[in-house]
Design a protein around this ligand. Structure first.
Ligand code: FES
Length: 145
């Protein structure tokens, strides 16, 4: 079984669900968070894409330069699971034979801390002293719920 623990509440999720699909959506302090289990590791991030709020739970995971990324189903933005960085393929026109290279836009998606202890998985609590682009959509979902 997987426990999603937050500052205020604890939510219990079925281990089989996350194992089967590799991901599960949970509420952490009322905020929708997507928890991934990918190649033996847990990751958690805001469930709505920082670009326009696309549902990342429906995205595919791709390996880009050795980094596992979720690909948003709406406009195919790539977000690293580990750091929440937005990746894009850029060309440096000053190079003699320019080839597209993956580059980072910086951290765009809020990543949530995951701790595994004694077979239980704990997510959060979020650190709101820092803000990220994905906060806008996470808070929008909160306002509308
Ligand atoms: Fe995710 Fe646009 S909403 S790429």
């Amino acid at each position: 079984r997987v426990w999603i623990c937050t500052a205020q509440a604890q939510e219990q999720l079925k281990w089989n669900d996350i194992k089967k699909s590799g991901r599960v959506t949970a509420k952490v302090d009322g905020r929708e968070v997507l928890v991934f289990y990918h190649e033996g590791k847990f990751y958690a991030m805001d469930s709505r894409c920082y670009h326009e709020g696309g549902p990342l739970c429906l995205g595919e995971i791709e390996d880009i330069n050795g980094q596992a990324c979720i690909v948003c189903p709406w406009h195919k933005y790539k977000i690293t699971l580990e750091t929440g960085e937005g990746l894009y393929e850029g060309i440096n026109p000053l190079e003699p034979s320019p080839t597209p290279q993956w580059q980072s836009k910086g951290v765009k998606q809020r990543i949530h801390k995951v701790t595994v202890d004694n077979g239980n998985v704990y997510v959060g609590p979020p650190d709101f002293s820092v803000s990220f682009d994905s906060d806008y959509f996470a808070e929008k979902v909160l306002r509308n719920s």
